[in-house]
Design a protein around this ligand. Structure first.
Ligand code: NDP
Length: 309
């Protein structure tokens, strides 16, 4: 059955102004309607685009998750109804790549400390041994999909040696050595920066914990732009307190928003960004373009890009 309308669930408003997103869908050949939680009447002629999952979405003909990480969506439910579920991977290489580049540059060039000092109107001399350059340092990118490749491209451009971890072993541009997840210890051993860019799956949950922090250099920084649970947050706090690693750049957390009581707020060598890695003022265009592309594929009976269930 062809799709007759696209229902945009109001949860997208968490990331993108819903009106901008709908305006950007101007090439879609069917009406677009906003849906909330009070009107869940869907059938196979409906498409749904949503930031958050709802149990009644699998009644639709096609459901699109407006995020790359679809870990909150119950893929089994889609497989049992046969409703295709697609995600939004493929569009975050630049945004999250730049975020990771900024963490690395901030730590190396001490920008986070200078800004803290600026807030006190302080002209400040850092200890001589602290500033360094990212050029010549090694970054280990764990997860070499859209985001990992974006990170690798920026890091290579900044003169870094880029190594990485993924399950499959094909070459990846800008990455000099690829390790399998079984050799994670070896991969992170010599890196100055370790970047988590994997999806949250049963295999990646708790991937970075006490043993990995001990394996890392004591002047290494962990950067997590994946999902909070990929890092054992208690173990991370312990490792930071005991100077097992130097610091962390964190965009994602076990609980979001990060509670005010979290000890992570207090470390000078922790930079916290509020899960805004993907955000840009043109994100609505990127998402809309992807939705329109997959919509066309569905209508013409072709395989769907980014199908995950
Ligand atoms: P992709 O699907 O493009 O890439 C995921 C990569 O992870 C693949 O290269 C895959 O390669 C690899 N991978 C999967 N499992 C493992 C494993 N066990 N060990 C090592 N590598 C693994 O996704 P994106 O790059 O678009 O996004 C990645 C994740 O980042 C998302 O799932 C989401 O959780 C998070 N994200 C965060 C954002 C933010 O704002 N901070 C924004 C967007 C996404 P292979 O199959 O070879 O293992």
């Amino acid at each position: 059955e062809p799709l007759e309308r696209l229902c945009v669930h109001e949860s997208i408003d968490e990331k993108v102004p819903i009106d901008s997103f709908i305006d950007a869908l101007n090439d879609l050949p069917v009406p677009v309607e906003v849906i909330g939680d009070d009107d869940p009447e869907l059938d196979e002629t409906d498409a749904v685009a949503s930031y958050r999952p709802r149990e009644w979405f699998p009644d639709a003909g096609w459901v699109h998750c407006l995020r790359a990480g679809y870990d909150e969506f119950d893929t089994d439910a889609y497989e049992s109804t046969g409703t295709p579920l697609t995600n939004s991977t493929g569009i975050h290489g630049t945004t999250v790549g730049e975020l990771v580049a900024s963490y690395m540059l901030m730590f190396a060039r001490r920008m986070h400390v200078y800004r803290d000092q600026q807030n006190q109107r302080q002209w400040y001399d850092p200890p001589y041994e602290q500033p360094f350059t990212v050029a010549g340092e090694t970054v280990c990118v764990v997860g070499l999909g859209t985001i990992g490749r974006g990170v690798a491209e920026y890091a290579d451009g900044m003169g870094m040696d880029v190594i990485g971890v993924r399950r499959s072993d094909e070459d990846v541009r800008h990455v000099s050595t690829i390790y399998s997840p079984a050799d994670l210890d070896e991969a992170i051993d010599e890196a100055r920066f370790v970047v988590a860019a994997v999806p949250k799956t049963p295999e990646t949950e708790g991937m970075f914990s006490t043993a990995e922090f001990e394996q890392m250099r004591d002047d290494a920084y962990l950067i997590n732009v994946a999902r909070g649970p990929v890092v054992d947050q208690h173990a991370l706090v312990d490792a930071l307190e005991d100077d097992v690693i130097a610091g962390a750049g964190l965009d994602v957390f076990e609980t979001e928003p990060l509670p005010e009581s979290s000890p992570l707020w207090d470390f000078e060598e922790v930079i916290i960004s509020p899960h805004e890695g993907s955000t840009t003022n043109r994100y609505h265009h990127d998402l809309a373009e992807l939705v329109e592309e997959i919509f066309d594929q569905y209508q013409s009976g072709n395989p769907l890009r980014n199908r995950v269930a």
